[in-house]
Design a protein around this ligand. Structure first.
Ligand code: RNT
Ligand code: ZN
Length: 420
């Protein structure tokens, strides 16, 4: 699109929105300040770089065999940098413990340490971005029985407690080095395929294990703890120890961050509606923005009503400052860099739309009891010229406008990924 046309479209949109009391320049400032955390695991199908890296387990499955997957930390960094260059704004990167650089040595999960992430920290520093982190409580022989922190064997529990403790230290080291707190998010796969006889035991053990994991106080300027619940996993359809209610209770009691993953609820349940409930009782939340499709909770994020609802809640409740935005999906059937770009641009696009809506007017009309006008305005807003503002934002942030980013990915695929 020609620069002159881009500017002209923006000026017309600005005028239209100004008529509704919306300041588009201010929206662009706000939008530019929102960081997303790009998840490492889209880049290599949740593989990681451990020596004897086991098969993906924990009820997670990455389907597809699109060529060109990153095989080394350097390849993954190159792919991620390529994706980041096509996403407007300054973002973050979210690592799993299994993505450390272990120099060809076997370093078991309870031995991981900040030194294994030196390369990642240096890379993040060079890009001027922050890092987030996750213990990896799956794809490991000690997780094969389907239980980790809630395992009935004390020694196995101890192993995973040590792993999570080590991960919090790594998170704090990252946050300290990069001058921006790392969110360290604990998710475990523990659960059962068929009806359990004892739902209570594992949950009480999990609560105890978490107490041990979090016993050491860390400076919140360096590390923030989050806990993520789930409804079910593949092979764990009947019982999930760490369900949403469990972690909500734990987080409220101990003032931890609750991680809400959009793919982790009943299909007709709306994650967006939980945000203003949870934030009444915990200081901050982490979102795993994802898309559930039937049994899979991790399809690439598209611009759906569900996604818009999440963005609308964050904007209308003024929750962006208390929300850490992470992406969580893995698709091995399409170009993996493109998957990152599509998902990230969609979340930003949804936020752009939500910020541009005349939501202050909706709220005023609601207070006045004029529900007719509220509905009328909400519907009209759907076809306001918000895409002109989005395009202008991309140009301003020196990211590709519209579908032109796809040519960059195709070039990268031909020159770099297809040579792997
Ligand atoms: C799994 C959780 C979790 C994982 C990542 C890889 O269902 O959503 O966040 O996707 O830790
Ligand atoms: Zn998740």
């Amino acid at each position: 699109m020609r620069k002159a046309n881009l500017d002209r479209a923006y000026r017309l949109a600005r005028e239209r929105y100004a008529g509704l009391g919306v300041d588009t320049d201010e929206v662009l400032r706000q939008l530019a300040s929102v960081p997303l955390s790009l998840h490492c695991w889209q880049g290599d199908d949740v593989g990681g770089f451990e020596q004897a890296g086991g098969d993906l387990s924990g009820g997670l499955v990455a389907t597809g065999n699109y060529p060109g997957k990153a095989r080394t930390p350097d390849e993954l960094r190159a792919d991620a940098a390529q994706a980041l260059s096509l996403i407007p704004g300054r973002h973050r990167f979210n690592l799993h413990a299994s993505y450390g650089e272990f120099g060809g040595r076997k370093v078991d999960r309870n031995q991981v340490a900040p030194e294994h992430f030196r390369g990642w920290i240096a890379w993040a520093k060079s890009l001027g971005i922050g890092l987030d982190f996750n213990p990896t409580c799956f794809s490991h022989p000690k997780a094969d029985g389907g239980f980790t922190l809630s395992h009935q064997d004390k020694a196995v529990r101890r192993f995973w407690i040590e792993h999570c403790q080590a991960c919090r230290e790594i998170g704090a080291a990252m946050g300290r080095a990069l001058g921006s707190p790392t969110v360290t998010n604990v998710w475990i796969p523990d659960g059962m395929k068929d009806t359990p006889a004892d739902r209570r035991g594992p949950r009480e053990r999990l609560a105890e294990s978490l107490d041990a994991v979090f016993r050491k106080k860390l400076n919140p300027k360096h590390n923030l703890d989050a806990i993520e619940g789930k409804l079910f996993g593949i092979g764990a359809e009947s019982y999930t120890v760490g369900m949403h209610e469990f972690y909500l209770g734990y987080a409220v009691k101990h003032q931890k961050l609750v991680c809400l993953d959009a793919g982790h609820y009943h299909p007709s349940e709306n994650m967006a509606d939980k945000i203003s409930s949870v934030l009444c009782f915990v200081p901050e939340i982490l979102l795993h923005v994802s898309r559930g499709v039937r049994w899979d909770s991790d399809h690439v994020v598209t611009l759906t009503d569900d996604l818009l609802a999440i963005a609308q809640e964050l904007v209308r409740g003024s929750y962006l400052k208390r929300t850490h935005l992470g992406l969580d999906f893995f698709d091995a059937s399409i170009n993996r860099v493109a998957a990152w770009v599509i998902g990230a641009r969609n979340l930003l696009r949804a936020l752009c739309f939500a910020m541009l809506e005349p939501w202050a007017s909706y709220q005023r009309l609601e207070r006045e009891g004029d529900y007719t006008a509220r509905l009328a305005l909400m519907e009209e807003a759907k076809t306001l010229p918000w895409s002109a503002v989005w395009d202008y934002h991309c140009a301003q942030q020196e990211a590709p406008v519209g579908e032109t980013w796809l040519a960059d990915v195709k070039r990268y695929e031909a020159e770099v990924q297809s040579a792997r």
